[in-house]
Design a protein around this ligand. Structure first.
Ligand code: UD1
Ligand code: MG
Length: 456
């Protein structure tokens, strides 16, 4: 039986350069905390255990991440990366392989980590390294005459010759947990920074004849860490470009791939078109042929085939049936479900409304806590008065009803099938099916009436 995998995520660093009260690893990238990305990569390897090393000020971390099955090890004070991993050792299975990740390096691909675990399973130490034209600040990979990795020297401890080495340590490595614990117990802090360096473990292992095998990421962004808001913003753009390219490769038309933001998952059918400056959050599903106009925000929505969303719509926690036409300037709030071919026009707000086949709400209306039947026409300026100041009530509008403009429906109230409400009606009792109901002061005209004139 092969050894189980344990993952240690280092997340105790202060993140001073973020200039933030929020722990660095909780800053979001693509809508998800940095640590969430790292946990997702770890999860993809089905590890036996995950231990997160967190630090001073990060007490909120376990609560925010909310995963009770994780082990949390507090590192205080922070005496270096080696000291950090030491705090995790009591949580590790000594017979496991240990993969060490950084909580502020969010985009390492599972494939890269998988390759490292395979190398470690064959009895070597897998070390993720990368060549950088400007290696300044990083630990350098020192190889012996035969090209084998011998040790890592930190920038501040390096000789001029060592500083010229372009291959650097990413910090990510995979090795047997039991041996790691032994090497960590022998670390000293006799170096330029007075820290316990995790990197010294590599020198100890090589000296004992262990094989250290360098692995490389497919792209530099896989190993980029976040230390500042600038770096966070840059990596966000890189990630969004990657997501946009993957969407286009799957057949989605993006009018400008640099002007789409996906913060969550976006599934698209065939021949979907997304215009500029759209934001997708949570889980968004777009059916075949969906067109999303410019400047739309879609959050946790499922959009049926052939739907057209015109510019400037905000749609959240809703399901839209096939061939619906929405917007421009529509706001669709949680709990709304539209059947096929519903039309929702400009300045219309829907909340927790279920709207039947081919019904139309085209102008300036609020429809909330309502069930609307099939082929209903709701005129401009219609308002469901769903809230009495204390409780919410439902409005029911049955099939083929016609709601005149500027109508208020004071819920709870029902409009029967085929009923017509005259414009301006304030409906406080149910409207019978197939009749005209109108509440409106009778219109009068006063013959001979004269407009007042200004007194002299
Ligand atoms: C470390 C490596 C260096 C490598 C670089 C890659 C060491 C000694 N050096 O540098 O070889 O090129 O990463 O970015 O390992 N952390 C803790 N507790 C601590 C110190 C750090 O949890 O006491 C965490 C940080 O939150 C961070 C990670 O460890 O996620 C790396 O720390 P950082 O200070 O960024 O790395 P360096 O020490 O500069
Ligand atoms: Mg450091």
């Amino acid at each position: 039986m092969s050894a189980p995998l344990n993952v240690v995520i280092l997340a105790a660093g202060k993140g001073t350069r973020m200039q933030s009260d929020l722990p660095k690893v909780l800053h979001p990238l693509a809508g998800r905390p940095l640590l969430g990305h790292v946990l997702a990569a770890a999860d993809s390897l089905s590890p036996e255990r995950i231990c997160v090393v967190y630090g001073h000020g990060g007490e909120t971390l376990p609560q925010v991440i909310g995963r009770t099955e994780l082990a949390w090890a507090k590192q205080e004070p922070q005496l270096g990366t080696g000291h950090a991993v030491q705090q995790a050792v009591p949580h590790l299975n000594p017979d496991a392989l240990c993969l060490i990740l950084y909580g502020d390096v969010p985009l390492t691909r599972p494939e890269t980590l998988q390759e490292m675990t395979l190398i470690a399973r064959e009895g070597a130490i897998a070390l993720l390294t990368v060549r950088l034209a400007n290696p300044s600040g990083y630990g350098r990979i020192v190889r012996n005459a035969r090209g084998q990795v011998e040790r890592i020297v930190e920038h501040k401890d390096a000789s001029p010759e060592e500083l010229a080495i372009e291959e650097v340590n990413t910090g990510i490595l995979c090795l047997p947990a039991g041996k790691l614990a032994g090497w960590l117990s022998r670390l000293t802090n006799e170096n330029a920074q007075g820290e316990y360096y995790l990197t010294d473990v590599i020198g100890m292992a090589a000296a004992e004849g262990e094989r250290v095998i360098p692995c490389h990421p497919a792209a530099a962004w896989e190993v980029l860490g976040i230390n500042s808001r600038q770096q966070l913003a840059e990596l966000e753009r890189t990630h969004q470009r990657n997501l946009a390219e993957a969407l286009m490769a799957r057949g989605v038309t993006l009018i400008d791939p640099a002007r789409l933001d996906v913060r969550g998952s976006l599934e698209c059918g065939r021949d979907v078109l997304i215009d500029v400056n759209c934001v997708c959050e949570g889980r968004v599903i777009l059916g075949d042929g969906v067109k999303v106009g410019a400047h739309c925000v879609l959050k946790d929505v499922e959009i049926g085939a052939g739907v057209e969303i015109k510019p400037f719509c905000h749609i959240e926690s809703a399901r839209l049936g096939a061939r619906a036409i929405i917007g421009p300037y529509a706001r669709i709030r949680p709990g709304t479900v539209l059947d096929e071919e519903v039309h929702v026009g400009n300045f219309v707000e829907l909340k927790n409304a279920q709207v039947g086949f081919n019904s139309k709400i085209n102008h300036l209306s609020y429809v909330g806590d309502a069930s609307v039947g099939r082929k209903v026409n709701i005129g401009a300026g219609t308002i469901t008065c769903n809230y009495d100041g204390a409780n919410k009530h439902r409005t029911v509008i049955e099939d083929n009803a016609f709601i005149g403009s500027d109508t208020q429906l004071v819920a709870p109230v029902t409009v029967g099938e085929g009923a017509t409400l005259g414009a301006g009606t304030t409906l406080t009792r149910d409207a019978p099916a197939n009749q005209l109901t109108v509440s409106r002061a009778k219109q009068v005209s006063l013959p001979g009436w004269q407009r007042p004139v200004k007194k002299r």
